[in-house]
Ligand binder design. Structure first.
Ligand code: AR6
Length: 173
């Protein structure tokens, strides 16, 4: 059942012992604030070294590195859209972040993966809209059958937790 494979939790993504955590990065992949800053701080400077070799990442795409000092084996870096009012293709770009991160995960035999709430911090994407897009994309991907056993949606605050929990209920997976 899909509902067993998608879980909404509250917590800090850097602490999770999963195969891969997803980073909400920027186009440079050279670090930043928010979850990006937390992941780099916890993984150690080796992560930045490997990120330099990737030469950035277009919005909506995803690239993988090792997790270094993180419990997670891999970090999948994706770049969410900056919210510009909703009529500049933001929804589709955000959907592509989830889809492409999951594709990269499958190519690397990932079975457990944790996502943060991409684009809903510094990039200003409304969280209710983002949570529905995230859940729809993940459910669509898992529904086609894949090696992924568990997807965690990691919420850093109560507001996000409520929004993702509601979106999961609405999907009635
Ligand atoms: N674990 C889980 N979620 C977290 C954590 C954490 N440790 N820390 C923050 N969040 P943001 P964006 C949540 O701003 O909107 C960076 O500077 C946070 O509460 O991290 O995609 C990048 O370099 C929010 O719900 O990412 C880019 O420049 C969510 O993660 C830019 O910010 C995303 O917030 C990307 O902006």
């Amino acid at each position: 059942m899909l509902s067993d494979r998608v879980v909404v939790i509250k917590g800090d993504i850097v602490e999770l012992d999963v195969d891969a955590i997803v980073n909400a990065a920027n186009n440079s992949l050279l670090g930043g604030g928010g979850v990006d800053g937390a992941i780099h701080a916890a993984a150690g400077p080796e992560l930045l070294e490997e990120c330099r070799s990737l030469k950035g990442c277009p919005t909506g795409e995803a690239k993988i590195t090792s997790g270094y000092h993180l419990p997670a084996k891999w970090v999948i870096h994706t770049v969410g859209p900056i919210w510009r009012g909703g009529t500049s293709g933001e929804d589709e770009m955000l959907a592509r972040c989830y889809r492409n991160s999951l594709k990269v995960a499958v190519r690397n035999s990932v079975r457990t993966i944790a996502f943060p709430s991409i684009s809903t911090g510094a990039y200003g994407f409304p969280v209710d809209r983002a949570s529905r897009i995230a859940l729809a994309e993940i459910a669509g991907f898992l529904g086609k059958g894949s090696s992924i056993e568990k997807v965690l949606l990691v919420c850093f605050n109560e507001r996000a937790f409520e929004s993702y929990s509601r979106a999961l209920e609405e999907m009635a997976l």
